[in-house]
Design a protein around this ligand. Structure first.
Ligand code: PLP
Length: 454
């Protein structure tokens, strides 16, 4: 019988590391990946036929759960009419209209095939529009693996960035300034020093890639005010948060209008999609009406558009349900916090809407530095114990758990029971239990320890 283990070995002979995106290898938690045979609602099933309550949800897109019948029907119908034309379809305008209606800051939008493409293109557009080269990002935020964005902080605040991976030219990395998230003083210093040279500031308005980290009150307003003063394009990366916390973006909840917004994940209903959009004046800098080149063979793909339209159509009617989902997640997180307290385990739970992260640390987590204090070895043991109990969590401490509309209260109750078992498991409780992790934890990650990758 083929098992996840044998399938992984076979894959490893043909695909580097056996996976097409690094975090899936589960090396950060000393496990080998589940190979998925199918999924339905809140459940994924491995090759052995075991079901798991899924909090990864394809890293965020599946807010309606797996294989939602309306979404899969829309994909089937679209597929029956041809899978790609390389010519425009009305579905692109329909989805664009839905996005423009949902985001007051978006007047025009362009579709691409991934979140990486969205951020990469938005950065190029901001550079073309402003005629400036430098950009600012925040450490611990992940914006896909584009060269300008896979950059880590140089020594000292407001110094030039260094490549986050071999293969990224130093000369390009030096154009990226990486600052600590939530650090107003560092932001002011960098913009004072380099303001006239900076094309864009890109930020996850709720950070989901060092685990979940919330912006401190005033942080996003400060970014908005300073970028406006200096003529810098403000880019909100809402690839995770778009349609996750409300219908629209978390920018709607914060009442802040960025110049450009990047989207992905949910707007593709589980198919490969990204988008970037914003002020008309900036978007009109794009080819073919403007000078900034950007293109894609499968951009606006009819299957992806159909899945996105079907998904947003359902979400549009769920205003009260979003609130209920957030409330259920809040109750769950509260109960989880009590379990930790009773077991005497250090833990911080950051939550926003239906996203949360349990960090194994006793310090409040407000940025990359505090996230990185988490006990990743304990997370690894917790992950494996949860998996034993039929709950599929992200195979890294530095990710969010996502709850979907397909998760029932019974699913949450079962998950809590599993948490109780895992938290009280001797290996998880133990301070010193050896981790069977085949790699030293954090190897090769440096700033990118919050394992990007998906
Ligand atoms: N931006 C954010 C906030 C993300 O979380 C991700 C991926 O997880 C990306 C961009 C890149 O998206 P993709 O993996 O579709 O290229």
């Amino acid at each position: 019988m083929i098992t996840s283990k044998t399938a992984f070995e076979e894959a490893g002979r043909l695909i580097p590391g056996g996976v097409n995106s690094p975090v899936r290898s589960c090396s950060a938690v000393g496990a080998s990946p589940l190979f998925i045979s199918h999924a339905h609602g809140a459940m994924v099933y491995d090759l052995e036929g075991r079901g798991y309550i899924d909090y990864v949800l394809s890293w965020g897109p599946l807010i309606l759960g797996h294989a939602h019948p309306v979404v899969t029907a829309a994909i089937r119908i679209a597929a029956g009419k041809g899978t790609s034309y390389g010519a425009p379809t009305e579905a692109e305008t329909t989805l664009a209209a839905m996005i423009v209606e949902a985001f007051p800051a978006i007047e025009m939008v362009r579709f691409v095939s991934s979140g990486t493409e969205a951020t990469m293109s938005a950065i190029r557009l901001a550079r073309g529009y402003t005629g400036r080269d430098k950009i600012v990002k925040f450490t611990g935020c992940y914006h896909g693996h584009g060269d300008s964005l896979l950059v880590k902080a140089g020594s000292g605040v407001a110094t030039l960035g260094i490549p986050g991976s071999p293969g990224i030219p130093r000369a390009l990395a030096e154009l990226t300034i990486a600052l600590p998230y939530n650090d107003e003083a560092a932001l002011k210093a960098a913009l004072d020093r380099f303001g006239e040279e900076i094309a864009a500031v890109i930020v996850e308005p709720i950070a989901g890639n060092m685990g979940l980290v919330l912006p401190k009150p005033g942080f996003l307003d400060l970014i908005r005010n300073l970028t406006r003063q200096k003529g810098i394009v403000l880019i909100f990366d809402e690839v995770i948060t778009g349609f996750r916390v409300t219908y629209g973006g978390c920018q709607n909840l914060f009442g802040i209008k960025p110049d450009l917004t990047c989207l992905g994940k949910i707007i593709g209903g589980g198919l490969p999609v990204g988008a970037f959009g914003g002020r008309r004046e900036i978007m009109e800098y794009l080819a073919p009406i403007g000078p900034v080149y950007q293109a894609g063979t499968l951009s606006g793909n009819p299957l992806a558009m159909a899945a996105g339209i079907a998904t947003l159509d359902i979400l549009q009617k769920k205003t009260a349900d979003y609130e209920q989902l957030a409330a259920d997640t809040e109750i769950f997180c509260g109960q989880l916090a009590s379990l930790l307290q009773r077991a005497g385990l250090p833990g911080q739970i950051n939550r926003f809407g239906s996203m949360f992260t349990l960090f194994f640390t006793d310090r409040e987590v407000t940025d990359y530095e505090t996230a990185a204090l988490s006990d990743t070895a304990r997370y690894a043991r917790f992950y494996r114990e949860m998996l034993n109990q039929g709950v599929y969590l992200a195979p890294s401490q530095f990710e969010c758990a996502f709850v979907s509309f397909a998760h029932s209260r019974q699913d949450l109750a079962k998950t809590l029971e599993a948490c109780s078992g895992a938290i009280n498991d001797e290996a998880v409780k133990s301070e010193k239990a050896p981790s069977p992790c085949p790699l030293p934890l954090g190897e090769g990650k440096s700033e990118f320890l919050p394992c990007h990758h998906k």
